[in-house]
Design a protein around this ligand. Structure first.
Ligand code: GLU
Length: 509
């Protein structure tokens, strides 16, 4: 049974890199009809951020990465780590660290001064005190050998003993380090594949030495490449414009597009295919096709994918995602996580350094005037703007004029190369003719509206680029809009005639 896990630390927002670290193990689990486990690695209390756990659940739910087990909290598993620590102590493979943090810092400084790498094992005490929990508990590395191992992404790797050391297993606050806890947990949770960021590769010899000491057969490892900033060769950082997944969501990115984008950050199946549904990813994803070198972060690609996905959805589905009360997560979404009730009280006693939270009203994408319109009216507008949306956040600028009379903006006409060839009087004359003729038109039929417009061309002897642009501006005062007959039909006859008149009045003054 394949069992993979996502093991985030609740230290703030979920960034694209974190989300990718959830997606890949999720895909592997689903592909193998296995299980996906959520483990909250909350042992570093100094980095704990209030609300971060909820963001993890919300983000996973939104992306459709439903977990089968958990969330487990490391802070609630102290007994388990202690049991394993005692095994090591009994074997003489763990000892109490008698030094103060200042002393350890001095060792570090002197190594630096001597231009040597700092190794705690060089200072290993001869007669350490009995461990009473008040000192850090350290691993005693005994076999200083070279390790060779296989990585599903990076291939065959090896590293010498220089990276082996007596690292801390349990801190003086009684909580385990990541180095110790993840190995115990992965074993206890029967994890078969550890999929995580490349930054953990350099610690692999340490982990392998601990697996040996604990008599644990290591799982399969896959270290995925760094995500690189849009330019240059450095890792993607906060300053490179990458946002949290929540922010992308509030900017109108669809979860399908985000998943599609994340999957391809470092993976492709060797074909030209660009759009992948979750089901396709589940069948096609493979760790063997994840690239070794850094994956370039390209936000434009995310926007492009999002536009593709918006076009791909049927109208009702798309509409559902534009209104906050109905904010859509992917269909497959998990039921809400089962919370551990003692959690809140435990958390409240902490003093978090900051808090993050989620405001779902930001997932309503319609503008203020549209808010007052009915679902039916908004759907009509959505139907004719769907093709133009890059993100759901484009809705107000692309649709508000349907719901509220736009402010005439005559410079739009004056700045238009074609329209500015006409005098104001000619422009007014054209609008008047259009108004008179359209008053007779049948707005129920797009064909007959188009027919009316064509007749207007003949009658006025104008080019479409002039006549239709002029009418379009008078109706929308927007730089872009759907086709003219579609726009007029959704506005309705009364509105259309009224707006033409408003433009005429405005031009006359
Ligand atoms: N808590 C670690 C992190 O957020 C997990 C790494 C792992 O997947 O083992 O980076």
């Amino acid at each position: 049974m394949v069992r993979t896990r996502f093991a985030p630390s609740p230290t703030g927002y979920i960034h694209v890199g974190n989300a990718r670290s959830a997606l890949y193990p999720f895909l592997i689990a689903r592909q193998n009809k296995g299980q996906f486990i959520l483990r909250i690695e909350d042992t570093d209390q100094s980095r704990f951020v209030q609300g971060a756990e909820d963001l993890i659940y919300d983000t996973l739910n939104w992306l459709g990465l439903n977990w089968d087990e958990g969330p487990y909290y490391q802070t609630q598993r102290k007994d388990i780590y202690l049991k394993w620590a005692n095994k090591l102590i009994a074997k003489g493979l763990a000892y109490a660290d008698p030094y103060s943090p200042e002393q350890v810092e001095e060792f570090r400084e002197s190594a630096k001064a001597a231009k040597k790498p700092f190794l705690f094992r060089d200072h290993r005490p001869e007669n350490p005190p009995t461990w009473d929990g008040s000192q850090p508990l350290r691993f005693k590395v005994t076999d200083l050998k070279r390790y060779h191992w296989h990585d599903e992404v990076m291939g065959d790797l090896s590293a010498g003993s220089e990276s082996l050391d007596d690292f801390i297993l349990i801190k003086s606050d009684g909580l385990p380090t990541y180095n110790f806890a993840h190995i115990v947990d992965d074993y206890e949770m029967k994890i078969t594949h550890v999929i995580r960021g490349q930054e953990y590769i350099s610690s692999m010899p340490k982990y392998l030495s601990l697996y040996e000491a604990l008599d644990i057969t290591p799982p399969i490892f896959a270290h995925v490449p760094h995500i690189l900033a849009p330019t240059g060769n450095k890792k993607l950082g906060k300053r490179d414009g990458a946002k949290s997944v929540t922010e992308y969501r509030s900017e109108g990115i669809l979860p399908e597009a985000m998943v599609n984008f994340l999957a391809q950050l470092g993976w492709n199946d060797g074909t030209e295919q660009e759009i992948y549904t979750m089901d396709e990813l589940i069948s096609k994803f493979s760790l063997g096709k994840v690239q070794k070198s850094g994956a370039r972060f390209d936000e434009q690609r995310l926007l492009w994918l999002n536009g593709q996905w918006i076009r791909h959805l049927d109208l009702d589905d798309l509409y559902r995602r534009t209104v906050s009360s109905l904010t859509a997560t992917l269909g497959r979404s998990a039921s809400p996580p089962s919370r551990v009730s003692s959690l809140k009280t435990r958390r409240d006693s902490n003093s978090p350094k900051m808090a993050v939270s989620e405001d779902t009203s930001k997932y309503d994408f319609w503008g203020p005037a549209a808010q007052k319109a009915s679902d039916t009216e908004r759907k009509k507008v959505l139907a004719i703007t769907q093709d133009r949306l890059k993100t759901l956040a484009d809705l107000p600028s692309l649709t508000e004029y349907f719901f509220t009379e736009p402010q005439p903006n005559w410079p739009m006409i004056d700045d238009n190369k074609q329209l500015s060839k006409l005098s104001r009087a000619e422009q007014i004359k054209l609008l008047e003719t259009a108004k008179t003729d359209l008053a007779e038109a049948d707005f129920d039929s797009l064909e007959s509206l188009q027919d009316n417009l064509n007749k207007l061309l003949e009658k006025t002897g104008q080019k479409p680029a002039i006549l239709f642009s002029l009418i379009r501006f008078a109706l929308t005062w927007a730089p872009f809009s759907p086709g003219l007959p579609e726009t007029m039909q959704v506005l309705g006859k009364d509105n259309t005639l009224q707006r033409l008149q408003a433009a005429i009045n405005f031009a006359q003054n």
